[in-house]
Design a protein around this ligand. Sequence first.
Ligand code: ADP
Ligand code: ADP
Length: 238
Amino acid sequence: MLTISDLVVRYPKAEENAIDHVSVELDKGEFVCVLGKSGAGKSTFIRAINRLQKPTSGQISWGNTELTNLSEAKMRYLRSDMVMIFQHFNLIPRMTVFQNTLTGSFGKRPPIKNLLGIFSEQEKERAYQALKEVGLSKFAHKRVEDLSGGQKQRVGIARALMQDPQLVLGDEPVASLDPSTSRTIFELLQRIHQERNLLTIINVHDVHLAKEFATRIIAFRDGKLIFDGKPDQVDEHQ
Ligand code: ADP
Ligand code: ADP
């Protein structure tokens, strides 16, 4: 489903490749956790998949579509199949939970409608449905800036669900949260993953969380793929 072949990402002026000749095939239904020390290339890997970061060479195919040479316009449409969940949530703090959730439908709408903030009844219904799915119905009309970190990430997930995604990418989505909140966010992501039969790929620096929730773990060191296997094959002391 997602085929990555000989991927290289090198930042301008960098001495080394941030992603160094990585090939890996990931399938629908897999909950993949990406491990590696800070600077190993996890974030670059995730960002290359949805083209927030343009690859230097190599191929990334999503189904039958080759992403690396796709025009920005086509990518924008396709990206709505893929959603990203961020460490710092990337929400609009002064807007309500409901308004933030609605912005998840922007990808597939004409830009002018977004500027005017016009949403159909159907879109509003979907936003309420998404908030219900993440357990935030009660908070719909609260401002995001008044929420706890865990609640903010739930809004990030509700916004992602608005796009009816096939692929969920997470760039350290729990790195700003305490351990017990992190766990509840992973439980939510796992439930959504299973109910919708997605491909989920998440960067995480906590090996224990990865081992508990992943069906497959990959690990990077210095931009190279150094491990690809089942959670119970991971040595926690490495
Ligand atoms: P991780 O997510 O595992 O911490 P990153 O993908 O952020 O790793 O970084 C991989 C490598 O690329 C590191 O050496 C980092 O310093 C470098 N890097 C990351 N972002 C940039 C950037 N925007 N410009 C230059 N180098 C970068
Ligand atoms: P979580 O991030 O999982 O919600 P917290 O310990 O941060 O966990 O918060 C526990 C509960 O306290 C929240 O679910 C919420 O009901 C309430 N809460 C926390 N912070 C706020 C806030 N700033 N405004 C309103 N309620 C809050």
